[in-house]
Design a protein around this ligand. Structure first.
Ligand SMILES: [Zn+2]
Length: 267
């Protein structure tokens, strides 16, 4: 009983979720309500393309103070990206540079599975990183199979705040990322994946954020078969506390502080 009581007093943050995904359409009000009930105090709606960037922005303005927007082009969408859409996305980001609802460029990055369009991926990523530089915005990075490469290339940009979301490997890139002051975020696999738990063990708590990456569906363990929402976060934070062997209230508090430092918002 005591533990449950304590948990309700804690605050949670989701640094990486796709509220703008069409799978959540018609469910946002319930998700937001559930998030609030679970003491989730801030979440960053990431975007995949122009359409979801507009949607993330709308959601952040509608749920000001709880939902924030990250705008950008995901590597999975680079293949179908037209010059016009890239330009319009860039313009959208520039137009909202003073908008407090916009807290980051994301989700952007490189994905090894799409190596056939490597040059285009690279040029879109480069454009997004230049935007982040120019606007001094944090950047949220997808780096499946490309983490080591990305960690090597980032120092050539002047980026003050970098988040490697769902960092999984290699561990050698983790120490380099931490040396550069980058953050990493981990989500539901914290509760059941040995690989992710190893990353959590190694990363300093001051460089760690929590996420859900919803609506990603295939989470296992306690999340099996459930729709992914920010209401998963108390379980994620508990798992982090268990792995790090630190009191859950200390972990929750530190992660909120990290979120504030990274995104520049009060939670
Ligand atoms: Zn994502």
């Amino acid at each position: 009983m005591l533990k449950v009581k304590k948990m309700t007093a804690l605050k949670f943050v989701d640094a990486h979720v796709h509220l703008s995904d069409e799978e959540y359409e018609g469910k946002i009000e319930d998700i937001v309500l559930d998030a609030k009930k679970s003491n989730v105090v801030a979440l960053v709606s990431n975007s995949m393309n122009l359409k979801t960037s507009i949607k993330s922005l709308e959601l952040a303005e509608h749920h000001a103070g709880l939902v924030y927007a990250a705008l950008g082009i995901h590597p999975w969408n680079v293949n179908t990206l037209t010059d016009e859409e890239l330009q319009q996305t860039t313009e959208l980001i520039l137009k909202h540079k003073q908008n407090k609802a916009v807290v980051a460029i994301g989700e952007v990055g490189l994905d090894y599975k799409y190596e056939k369009i490597w040059d285009k991926q690279m040029s879109v990523f480069d454009e997004m990183l230049h935007l982040a530089e120019k606007l001094d915005l944090p950047v949220i990075i997808h780096s499946r199979g490309t983490t080591a490469r990305i960690v090597e290339m980032l120092p050539s940009y002047s980026l003050r705040r970098v988040l490697l979301h769902w960092f999984s490997n290699p561990i050698s890139a983790l120490s380099k990322a931490v040396e550069h002051g980058y953050y990493i975020s981990e989500g539901p696999p914290s509760a059941y994946s040995n690989g992710i738990r190893e990353v959590i063990r190694k990363v300093p708590i001051t460089n760690l954020l929590t996420e859900t990456d919803g609506p990603v569906r295939y989470f296992k363990g306690p999340f099996n078969g459930k729709m992914t929402t920010p209401a998963f976060l108390p379980t994620v934070v508990n798992a982090v506390a268990e792995v790090k062997n630190i009191d859950v209230s200390v972990v929750a508090e530190q992660i909120c502080r990290n979120f504030e430092a990274f995104f520049g918002v009060k939670v």
